[in-house]
Ligand binder design. Structure first.
Ligand SMILES: [Zn+2]
Length: 187
């Protein structure tokens, strides 16, 4: 069963509030019962999260969600290309996810690397993409927000996603604050 975008967003906000105040067990339902249930009946995630590979940014924990709840795509600097876009299209078209959240974060190494200098190899592929998004912005948090916007714009170039926008699908941005645990939704 599909979950409306506004309901999905309220579940994320509620989970993030629990994450900030809870002292332990920063996770949703990861019980054997849930595992077996999702194995038998398949996955039914209610949101797609596109975020950074940074080890401090753990979507399932940040939103206190468990097995089968979130469809997550992680790449350094939350940049996306064809493979990631294909994953997002799959989640929206075949798993009926109505909410797509791009989540950047503070203290992002990929953002700092893009601000600092050019890089070689495939790291350079990532920083070049971020550089295009942030231009001359030197403030890392503002740069993260611009970079989130760029990823959203790329998602919205997908014909599959575009066609779903008037069918209840929403694509929104957010920033995870690594010191407080708070997710700031950019809406
Ligand atoms: Zn990062």
């Amino acid at each position: 069963m599909s979950v409306a975008a506004d309901v999905a967003l309220s579940w994320l906000i509620e989970g993030n509030n629990d994450y900030i105040i809870a002292e332990k067990n920063h996770h949703g339902d990861i019980s054997p019962k849930r595992r077996v249930h999702t194995h038998k009946h398949g996955q039914n995630p209610f949101a797609v999260i596109i975020t950074c590979s940074d080890s401090r940014v753990i979507p399932e924990n940040i939103f206190m969600k468990g097995i089968g709840d979130l469809f997550v795509i992680r790449l350094a600097g939350n940049v996306i290309g064809d493979f990631a876009l294909g994953s997002i299209e799959y989640a929206v078209e075949h798993l009926d996810c109505k909410l797509v959240v791009v989540m950047g974060h503070t203290m992002c190494g990929a953002i700092s690397a893009a601000i600092d200098k050019d890089h070689h190899g495939y790291i350079g592929t990532i920083t070049k993409e971020i550089k295009k998004a942030i231009g001359t912005e030197m403030n890392p948090t503002l740069a993260s927000k611009k970079n989130v916007r760029n990823t959203i714009d790329k998602i919205l170039e997908s014909d599959v996603i575009k066609a779903k926008l008037n069918m209840g699908v929403e694509v929104i941005g957010s920033i995870y604050h690594t010191h407080s645990g708070h997710v700031e939704f950019l809406i």
